[in-house]
Design a protein around this ligand. Structure first.
Ligand code: GAP
Length: 454
């Protein structure tokens, strides 16, 4: 395996070379820290989202899905506090005018930032990391992207690209209650794009200005929060262990102390990951009390109370909110999958994704390009496409083709040779063990389905 420092570079290079992720707007010189998901990256992201959706939403009777607007009435952000508080402390170098997040500069010097973040202390010990110049005092920088809604300059409304998906679910709480007749506890889930004008984006897709979140608001009776929080922590563990199949030693469960928690949160756990560039947040779970519904009730003037059908008691539900950064999960999937192995005195790079996450599931590789073989091989590929994501490749030696498929994590390569025309069998090679098995063509779909656990 590569050294930790090399791992990031190797993964980024593989992503670009094989079409997982490209630098954004590249032919125009790029746009700093923006990334485009290519054919394999898009499929991998889709597979992660589908797995997440099945795990946390459709396999449960207590969850309902939503897909809400990215641009919402700006009063939503007034109620949630984003207009007032969704900011980071920014400092600027007085000499080179580069801008930095004050807390990141402190952390880089091993100083634990003392909160409130608007009044970070110890900054006098720090100079510009680029040119050693003096820094300005920190000032609050709101991370929301502002834009104009409407075509008339005079009347256009200042609106914001959503910085999280949660707001859309809170403002629809009553709608969902009315149409689904759900009783507590239940959750509303969605996956979607979010936008934050980050001061220091970086580390590939770890921190970007446009990214996807999968999150849910789980509404509960106030007295039940501790039990439900534990239940979701357990589910999150199961997600990483059984669904994403990562090495659990790479996760750090960080209980956020009261001094660093939002004032309304009674418990927050950040699930951190040991990235090659340090231990940093992967995603989180927070108990938010009734802060969100009470704020939306106050600012909108609408009654958002819930009536318990058994006791007729009227109250504002409390909320537990697990949130997952989709792009960070994808980064973790890439880092966990990357393996280098020595095979026949050569380095074999193999992406050992869980098989059901792999962007290409099956590759069909005829041993010759001659029509006699490529015809039936193409027919076989077309047939397999009814059930699997299939690649067809007939160029270069079979060894090279295996390596190409290993490098993108294809779990099964199906090789058709001239014997196949006689015995109606193909050779199936397993990505991880490299063991080859001869399988009847008529049995192939079932054989592969079993392997993928469909
Ligand atoms: N509603 C709660 C919420 O938005 P958050 O911790 O601010 O919580 C949720 O964001 C998750 O979104 C993070 O845990 C992280 O996985 C992801 N995330 C946040 N900012 C990001 C960024 N700039 N780039 C990529 N992912 C980001």
């Amino acid at each position: 395996m590569p050294e930790k420092n090399d791992l990031m570079e190797k993964v980024i290079s593989l992503c670009k070379r094989r079409g997982f992720i490209f630098p954004g707007s590249e032919i125009y010189g790029g746009l700093a820290n923006s990334w485009d998901y290519g054919p394999l990256g898009h499929q991998l992201k889709q597979n992660i989202k589908t797995l997440w959706w099945k795990f946390f939403v459709t396999s449960r009777e207590d969850m309902v899905p939503m897909d809400t607007a990215i641009i919402m009435n700006p009063r939503v952000w007034e109620a949630s506090g984003h207009l007032q508080n969704f900011s980071d402390a920014l400092v600027e170098c007085k000499v080179c005018h580069k801008r930095f997040r004050a807390d990141h500069l402190l952390e880089a010097k091993g100083i634990v930032p003392r909160y409130a973040k608007e009044e970070l202390q110890d900054l006098d010990q720090i100079n510009c990391p680029e040119c050693a110049g003096d820094l300005t005092a920190p000032k609050n920088f709101n991370l929301m992207f502002k834009t104009a809604f409407g075509i008339n300059d005079a009347t256009a409304l200042d609106v914001y690209l959503r910085p999280e998906t949660a707001g859309g679910m809170f403002v629809n709480f009553k709608n969902i209650l009315n149409v689904t007749r759900k009783r507590l506890p239940f959750g509303i889930a969605q996956v979607g794009k979010c936008f934050r004008n980050e001061i220091t984006p970086g580390n590939f897709i770890f921190r970007t200005r446009e990214f996807e979140i999968g999150e849910f608001e789980y509404f509960i009776k106030p007295g039940e929060w501790e039990k439900v929080f534990e239940m979701w922590l357990g589910e999150i563990k199961r997600w990483w262990q059984d669904a994403m199949k990562i090495n659990m030693d790479n996760l750090v469960w960080h209980e956020i102390p009261e001094t660093e928690r939002a004032h309304y949160s009674k418990r927050t756990v950040d699930i951190e990951y040991k990235y090659p560039f340090g231990v940093k947040e992967l995603h989180g779970i927070a108990y938010r009390t009734d802060f969100d519904l009470s704020r939306h009730e106050k600012v909108s003037g609408q009654d958002l109370h819930y009536t318990d059908p058994e006791t007729n008691e009227k109250f504002l539900p409390h909320v537990i909110e697990p949130t997952f950064g989709i792009d960070r999960m994808l980064l973790v999937a890439l880092l966990e999958a990357y393996h280098e192995e020595e095979v026949d005195n050569e380095v074999r790079v193999v992406m050992k994704f869980p098989k059901y996450l792999a962007p290409i599931q099956v590759a069909v590789l005829p041993l010759s390009k001659k029509d006699e073989l490529s015809g039936p091989a193409k027919e076989l590929a077309a047939d397999l496409r009814k059930n699997f994501v299939v690649d067809y490749d007939e160029t270069q030696s079979i060894g090279k083709r295996y390596r190409r498929q290993d490098e993108v994590g294809t779990p099964y390569c199906v090789t058709m040779d001239f014997d196949s025309l006689e015995d109606k069998k193909v050779t199936v090679r397993d990505r991880d063990t490299m063991v080859q098995e001869r399988v009847e063509i008529v049995e192939l779909t079932n054989y592969l389905k079993e392997k993928f656990n469909f």
